[in-house]
Design a protein around this ligand. Structure first.
Ligand SMILES: [Cu+2]
Length: 154
C-alpha cells in the first residue's frame, strides 16, 4: 500500500510539473520521462486500405510515460493496436512506456494501424508520424516504408 501510494504521489507530481512547464523552467531531468524513438518503419501494405507501423520508444528517465495518440501525413487516422493471445488485434487508448525500459511495437505484436490512406505507401518513401505523450512533448518521426519482406535487425 505504501509503495502504491508513493507511486501515485509521484505520478501526480509529474502531471503537475507538465501542467506548468509551458510557463516556467523544465523539471529536473531525473524527474521526467526521457524518450527516444528508434527503428521506426511502415510496412508496405498489400492494399491501399491500411498500413502497419512499428517503432521502439525507449525511456531512459525515471518516470514512465504513455503514448496517447499518433497522427500521420499520409493517413486520416492512426490507431494503436495490441495483438491478443488469440492472434487477433484490438484498439487501445494508450501504450505505456516504462521508466528505464522500452515500448516495442513489432510485427506479430503491438503496432500502429494507418487507415484512410491518401495513397498507398511504397518502399523507398518516407512517412511522417507525430507521437503524442501523456507527459513528454510530442515527437515527430520520419519512418521509411519498407518492403513486406523486411525484418528489422534484432
Ligand atoms: Cu492492427
Amino acid at each position: 500500500m505504501t509503495r502504491a501510494h508513493a507511486a501515485a504521489t509521484l505520478l501526480l507530481a509529474a502531471t503537475a510539473l507538465t501542467g506548468c512547464s509551458s510557463s516556467s523552467g523544465a523539471a529536473p531531468a531525473y524527474d521526467t520521462p526521457v524518450l527516444k524513438v528508434t527503428g521506426a518503419y511502415i510496412r508496405q501494405p498489400p492494399t491501399p486500405d491500411m498500413a502497419a507501423g512499428y517503432l521502439t520508444i525507449t525511456d531512459t528517465g525515471r518516470q514512465p510515460d504513455k503514448l496517447t495518440g499518433v497522427t500521420s501525413d499520409v493517413a486520416d487516422r492512426v490507431t494503436m493496436h495490441r495483438t491478443t493471445a488469440a492472434n487477433r488485434m484490438e484498439p487501445v487508448k494508450a501504450f505505456t512506456v516504462p521508466a528505464g525500459g522500452s515500448l516495442v511495437l513489432r510485427t506479430g505484436g503491438n503496432h500502429l494501424m494507418l487507415t484512410g490512406l491518401k495513397k498507398k505507401p511504397t518502399a523507398g518513401q518516407t512517412v511522417t508520424l507525430r507521437l503524442r505523450f501523456a507527459e513528454s512533448d510530442s515527437l515527430t518521426v520520419r519512418a521509411p516504408v519498407e518492403p513486406a519482406t523486411y525484418r528489422p535487425p534484432s
